[in-house]
Design a protein around this ligand. Structure first.
Ligand code: URP
Ligand code: ZN
Ligand code: ZN
Ligand code: ZN
Length: 581
């Protein structure tokens, strides 16, 4: 795969109204299955998914040949901060550049955060953020709103945002003491309000009071560089807050989505809570950054390199964290893992129960071996059954975001001499899909269906955009990525489309390249060439009471077992994790 081609920005009024598109010979991958099919798109919607032989292609239609390619639902990044005012500066990717980069990487929907200042009206902040985004976004977008202070008026505004402004999720901070941090009573009341409204509560889980004490001590001891960032907010500090947030939400039976789970310890607390509550009402997100980078970067000799990796919660020095978090994201039936290997073109395991799980080919007696002859054959790797078992039971984390919040060198330098002043945030909106594919599917830990679930479908379900988004099916929005699973590209700040001057995934070779990206029927990436339309995206109103989230809370069984931890709930989590980690 060649390096990305420079961006060509074409004014929206000059773009041809290519409203009909036929994609043939591809393999459609949804979270629950994959099959060969042609896809017909008209006026921004998917109109047909099925065998080419059953469909008469109208004349004058643009045709894309997707032989050997996967057709996946466009990515949904549920966590971005475009042009966020933070730490005395503003993040450098705005709603145009940020969504343009998203589209380049195969993400066709983003959900950003409105973060009001203390004492600012939530409605006023929402209007401000809308004015920054509308007219600029190249793909559809939604908003979560942060509750950064608490009063009766804030509570009233939450209701208005839900009922009149298309918001269904609110983020609270347990960190950033003196700025955004709420105390436990306030968390309790916000969660209670979310529950009453049918909204999804989201939490930034780190103990801000401990962080403030640790930071003060470190600075007094002369630790002023970026290494102090992780030291002041170590794994325990995150894990304690995850546990506390889950408990507080459970007191009022409010569904909780824990954003940016960054450590093993925090993921473990989340998994324990999911197990305690039978998988009901607790959801977890991790970040491309956590899967594709680690905290050893904080001890880099160059301030700019180290500071570029500063985000909160931080990356962890334990270098086994990325793989462990990917395992927490995995969740698949053996059958899917087998077909995944086939999709990737690998030789494949045998029968689900015996060949794949029960034993490897090495254990099979010669007389019985005929029984295991499948095509392609069972893998000879004796570790295979164990690996499969590991992958079967998880689903402890459900989504991957980017937390894209980019600052350039000069902005990061605001924290030279005091790590607490380094603006928090990293890149990821462009590379999230590639990094998750590389570490997950190419790394053999998840299959392409699970890839679709954790990069798109689960976010669509949790924030109630499904099946308009997150699925390739007649009736859904035509947000489609033609994904080449065998092509590779190398990530670099010198070729990325993001506005920032640093890329935390610099030099990573990624298998899996978005060759075509179709945003609501519009071909925005064509053979690697990016042609976005500024203002083409629209604001997505997210309806209240997402069934995927609220059915469990209300005692209704979802047909879809992925909303609960069913596969995992009979396992002893400590035992399971002893195998896992
Ligand atoms: O470091 C981060 N994550 N910056 C953005 C703000 C937040 O807490 O998500
Ligand atoms: Zn946060
Ligand atoms: Zn964030
Ligand atoms: Zn699958």
């Amino acid at each position: 795969m060649t390096a990305p081609t420079p961006v060509k920005k074409v004014p929206i009024h000059l773009q041809s109204a290519q409203n009909r598109l036929y994609i043939k010979h591809g393999t459609v991958v949804n979270h629950d299955g994959h099959f060969k099919a042609d896809v017909y798109v008209e006026d921004g919607k998917i109109k047909y998914v099925g065998p080419g032989s059953d469909f008469v292609v109208p004349g004058g239609v643009k045709i894309i040949d997707a032989a050997g390619r996967l057709l996946i639902p466009g990515g949904i990044d549920p966590h971005t901060h475009f042009q966020l005012p933070f730490g005395g500066t503003v993040s450098i990717d705005d709603f145009y550049k940020g969504t343009r980069a998203a589209v380049a990487g195969g993400t066709t929907t983003i959900i950003d955060f409105v973060i009001p200042n203390k004492n600012q009206s939530l409605l006023e902040a929402y209007d401000e953020w809308r004015s920054w985004a509308d007219g600029k976004v190249c793909c559809d977008y939604g908003f979560h709103v942060a509750v950064t202070w608490w009063s009766k008026s804030v509570q009233k505004e939450m209701k208005i945002l839900c009922e009149e402004r298309g918001v269904n999720s609110f983020k609270v901070f347990m960190a950033y003491k003196g700025l955004y941090q709420l105390d436990d009573t306030e968390l309790y009341e916000v969660f209670e309000t979310c529950k009453e409204l049918g909204a999804v509560a989201m939490v930034h889980a780190e103990n801000g009071s401990i962080i403030a004490k640790n930071a003060e001590k470190l600075l007094n001891a002369g630790v002023t560089g970026p290494e102090g960032h992780e030291l002041s907010r170590n794994e325990e500090v995150e894990a304690e807050a995850v546990n506390r947030a889950c408990i507080i939400a459970h007191q009022v039976n409010c569904p909780l989505y824990v954003v940016h789970v960054m450590s093993k310890s925090a993921a473990l607390e989340l998994a324990r809570a999911r197990q305690r509550y039978n998988g009901v009402g607790i959801f977890g997100e991790t970040l491309a950054a956590a899967l594709g980078s680690d905290g050893t970067n904080y001890s880099h000799h160059c301030f700019n390199h180290a500071a570029a990796h500063v985000l909160s919660p931080p990356l962890r020095p334990d270098t086994t964290t990325p793989e462990c978090l990917m395992k927490f994201l995995s969740h698949h039936k053996a059958a899917d893992i087998i077909s995944s290997a086939r999709l990737k073109g690998d030789s494949v395991f045998g029968d689900v129960l015996t060949g794949a799980i029960g034993c490897s080919l090495r254990d099979v007696k010669p007389s019985a071996s005929l029984y295991y002859i499948t095509s392609p054959p069972i893998r000879r790797d004796p570790e295979t059954p164990k690996k499969l078992l590991k992958a079967l039971a998880l689903n402890h984390l459900q989504t991957t975001g980017s937390d894209n919040c980019t600052f350039n060198k000069e902005q990061k330098e605001l924290g030279k001499g005091d790590f607490t002043k380094i603006p928090n945030g990293v890149n990821g909106v462009e590379d999230r899909m590639s990094v998750v594919w590389e570490k997950g599917v190419h790394g053999g830990l998840i299959d392409p269906c699970r890839f679709v679930a954790i990069t798109s479908t689960n976010a669509a379900k949790i924030f109630n955009l499904y099946p308009q988004k997150g699925r390739i099916e007649a009736g859904s929005d035509a947000d489609i990525v033609v994904w080449n699973p065998t092509a590779t590209r190398v990530i670099s700040a010198s070729t990325h489309r993001q506005a920032c001057d640093f890329n935390i995934f610099e030099g990573m070779t990624c298998h899996g390249v978005p060759e075509f990206v179709i945003v609501k029927g519009r071909v925005c990436v064509e053979d690697g060439v990016l042609r976005v339309a500024e203002g083409y995206g629209t604001f997505l109103e997210t309806p209240l009471s997402p069934p995927y989230v609220y059915n469990g809370i209300n005692g209704i069984k979802n047909g879809d077992d992925e909303s609960t931890n069913e596969n995992g709930r009979n396992l002893n989590i400590e035992e399971e994790l002893a195998i896992e980690i």
